[in-house]
Each structure stands twice: as C-alpha cells, then as structure tokens.
Design a protein around this ligand. Structure first.
Ligand code: DQQ
Length: 481
C-alpha cells in the first residue's frame, strides 16, 4: 500500500508513478491513491490554495481526508501537509467530506461536511494555512431542518452578504413519497450559529434518492450562477438567474460539461476579479484497473468563467496554462480530403495542447485523431458530424484491450450556422481529454490506450473535404519538473 498522508515523500511517489502513461503531466492530481472533489479553493495572500477529497491509504473512495496544495501561478503546485483528517469519535469520524474555504476577517476558515450522519463542521487555519484546528463545538449544524426529510445534507458553499454569512448545502427533499434534488439556504452572523432560510432551488422533476451535491453559488456579472452535481445522472448543471431577497429565479440552465466525467466543480474569485473553477475528472475504467494503477481521479485544468452576451456562462482554460507550452508545430490553410494523411507528422505526444480551426466543406464528418498508434490500431477520434451537428469523442478504438474500460462515445450538440467555423481547443494529458469548442461547449473525456506508442496526431475528413484554417500543437511541460 502506498501512503500519501505525509508530504515528505509526495514528490518521490509522484516520480515513482510517472512511468504510467495514463497519468497526466500537467493536470493537478494527488501523489497517488484516490482523489475526487476540489475543496476549499481560495486565493489567499497571493497564492492559490486547493484542497481536495483524498483517501491517503487506497485508490478507491473511502476515509475522506482533505489533501492540500498551493500554487502561485495556478499551474505549478506544491504539496502541503494534509488539510483535514477525520477525528476518531468526532462528528467527522467517518470522513471529512466536501466544503469550502472563506476569509473570516483574516482567519482562514474551512467549512465542510462530517460523516456519518452528514453534519456541518468548521476548522480555522494558521495564517500560512499549514495547521488547522477544528472548532471544539463541532458540528455547527448537527441536525437537518425540523420537519423535513432529506436525501442528503452536505457540501457547504459559504459567502458573505453584507454583515451576514450565507451558505448553500447540497440536498434533496422528500415529500409525498417523491425525492427532488434541492439546494438549501442558510445564514449566520458568525459561521457558528446558523438559521435555515428555506430551499434556494428545488427540482421540478422527482428522481428517487437524488441529491444535488456540491452546490456552488456566486455572482457573475449582473447575474447569479448556481452549479449542482446530480447524483442520479452524474452531470453538472448550471443555472443563471436573478438572486433577490433569498430567492433565486433561474432563467436558463443546461449541462456545464457534456460528459459525466467532469463533476463537483468548485469556483472562487481571485484577487484579479476572475471567477476560477476546478472540477474533478473521474475515471472511466473499472475499480480493478484503478486498484492496479494505484491512483484515481485528477482535477480539470483551471477554467475561467465569464458571462456571455447571450446570458450563459462562458468557460475558457486559464491563460496561465500557456506557460507550459514547449515545442510548437503548426499548419495553415490546407484542404483535407479523405485520403489526406500526416498533416503534421512530427507532432506527437500524449501531453499536448491543440488549437484547430476547421471551415466545414463537403465532408460529412471531420476532426482530429489523437493518441494514434503507428499502425492505426489504436486512436481516439474527435469527430464533428455535420448532419447531426454534434461533436463526439469516439473512444471505440482508444484502447486495444478494453476490458474494464468504458469506450462508449461522448457527444455534445454543437450547431454551426452557415459560415461558422469549428474552433477546438483541446488539452490532452495522458488519459485526460478536455475540449473547449467555439468558446462555449465543454466536453471532457478519459481514454486509456494500451500502447505507449499511441502518441500520433492527425486531422481527417470523411465523405468530402474540409478546410483546415489552422492547426497549432504544443508539447506541454510537466508541472512537477
Ligand atoms: N463527494 C464528497 C461529498 C460530495 C461528493 C464525498 C461529490 O461531499 O457530495 O467524497 O462527488
């Protein structure tokens, strides 16, 4: 068993696992073992602090601690000692589940869910955030609101509104034999005594046992945005709307990412006024394969949120990522026909950033092939289907030995009007693929090529030709070197 409860050997463990070609080089992840939700993400005294759900003694979900890392540039991270550890006999004996960090007049404070049962706890930190003291009166919320039956009661997201603290909790409300995902709103003068104000939002559709987990609620431009992670579907939904007098009235909502592999995102406002976001990239392979690998889960690349003119959230990779760019290859203004091959033959690798712009022509399908083996037996397609107007990650041939690996396709609807180009911004990193399309559509995938030489890249067209306006590919540096 690899132990990751001590910061001393974290780098040695990272080096030990670096031979695994499914490990990312520039996505943040735990040194080894299990990682899931980002927690306590905060820009504190000029540094980004990121905590995360972590099981330091095994690669599957159990025994939740808060791992902790710090970065001055949002890209390179340094492991810090564990943030939170379950206290035997305490309200978090069964695990320190997700939560947030706030600045309480200069005192860094974590609010999180202790289990089991699910109760809310706080811990205060030293100014350098290296030591944490749990509040002796924990839990600060030990009981669910009187008279309510809930499917879940967890994942506090806290903010200050005037002189009062406010908080939303992930939940689901059972009523007349039906469960509906819900987010509960509370307020407090001191982070310790909390008053329940009512549901901030409740689903209009019932789903048995559903919990709206990991709510994240914040102002964006002149609107408010709510993210929830839905247990029954595995997707993250966003809502944009008006928040007044403790009521949130959404006027639009949709998937935040078009695959269920991006989950439990958490956002923070940094000192530059940017709304930043990390999400957990789940595995797409069996527990047996995860156990053999000795690690599970990573964080997405840092994403920047904005409000687009159409009132929906815009999501873009943080510009700091460009500091990782190394060798660069590019091609411009080419016509790609079905027989075209090898547009950038030297551009290979499994940790790449790719910018591609296509002008649709007569091709029925076009796009990119990633992680291609020299004989073409393994490859992952990023395919635009003109008739269906969809963008798909085709994983059917991503792994020649797919036992225990999910190779089902992942698709996003992406209509293009006449004259529109398809602009793909792709971060490929070991087994992770994050796609940002036309500045508004996110599609996250995981693939597990069996071969180490599955590192080729190409563009393709089928059923006709497509214009490749530009293709830029960078090899990306490791964030640990
Ligand atoms: N993960 C945490 C919970 C949260 C869930 C437990 C979402 O707090 O609801 O690890 O992935």
């Amino acid at each position: 068993m690899i132990r990751t409860d001590s910061v001393e050997n974290a780098m040695a463990i990272r080096r030990q696992l670096a031979h695994d070609h499914h490990r990312p080089r520039y996505h943040f992840q735990a040194p080894a073992n299990w990682m899931n939700d980002p927690n306590g993400f905060i820009h504190w005294r000029g540094q980004y602090h990121l905590f995360y759900q972590h099981h330091p003694f095994g690669p599957l979900h159990a025994n939740m601690h808060w791992g902790h890392a710090v970065s001055s540039d949002l890209v390179h991270w340094r492991d810090l000692p564990m943030g939170l550890t379950p206290t035997p006999g305490g309200p978090d004996a069964g695990g320190c589940w997700s939560g947030c960090a706030v600045d309480n007049d200069g005192v860094p404070t974590l609010m999180y869910t202790g289990v089991s049962p699910e109760v809310q706890c706080i811990a205060t930190g030293s100014p350098d955030m290296l030591t944490w003291t749990k509040y002796p009166g924990n839990p600060v919320i030990g009981a669910q609101p009187a008279g309510m039956t809930l499917t879940g009661f967890r994942d506090p997201c806290v903010w200050r509104e005037g002189r009062m603290w406010h908080m939303v909790l992930g939940s689901g409300i059972t009523s007349h034999g039906q469960d509906r995902g819900a987010v509960l709103l509370y307020r407090s003068p001191d982070l310790i005594s909390w008053e329940y104000l009512g549901p901030l939002l409740e689903d209009d559709q019932p789903q048995a046992g559903v919990v709206w987990e990991c709510p994240s609620f914040f102002p964006l431009g002149d609107r408010h945005v709510l993210f929830i992670s839905v247990t029954s579907t595995g997707y993250v939904e966003y809502f944009v709307g008006a928040y007044r007098e403790h009521r949130f009235e959404p006027d639009c909502g949709a998937h935040l990412d078009h695959s269920g592999l991006f989950y439990a995102p958490q956002s923070t406002l940094d000192a530059f006024g940017r709304r930043l976001l990390f999400g957990w990239l789940r595995e797409s392979r069996s527990d047996a394969l995860v156990t053999a690998a000795g690690w599970s889960g990573m964080q997405s690349v840092p994403r920047v949120l904005t409000l687009r003119p159409d009132g929906r959230p815009g999501i873009a990779p943080a510009p700091e990522l460009s500091t990782l760019r190394r060798t660069h290859w590019s091609a411009h203004n080419q016509t790609i026909a079905p027989e075209s091959k090898g547009v950038l033959p030297d551009a290979t690798g499994s940790s790449l950033e790719i910018l591609a712009e296509f002008a649709p022509g007569s091709a029925s399908h076009f796009g990119l092939k990633l992680l291609q083996s020299p004989d073409g037996a393994e490859e992952t397609g990023v395919v635009y289907d003109r008739a269906a107007q969809t963008l798909t990650v085709d994983r059917s041939r991503s792994c020649a030995t797919p036992d225990g690996v999910d190779i089902s396709p992942q698709s996003a609807s992406l209509p293009l009007s006449d004259g529109d180009t398809l602009r793909l911004h792709i971060y490929l990193d070991g087994s992770a693929i994050e796609i940002f399309a036309n500045g508004h559509t996110c599609l996250t995938s995981r693939v597990y090529p069996s071969r180490r030489d599955s590192v080729g890249l190409d563009v393709f067209a089928a059923g006709g030709s497509v214009g490749l306006k530009s293709l830029d590919v960078w090899q990306m540096a490791s964030i640990w070197e």
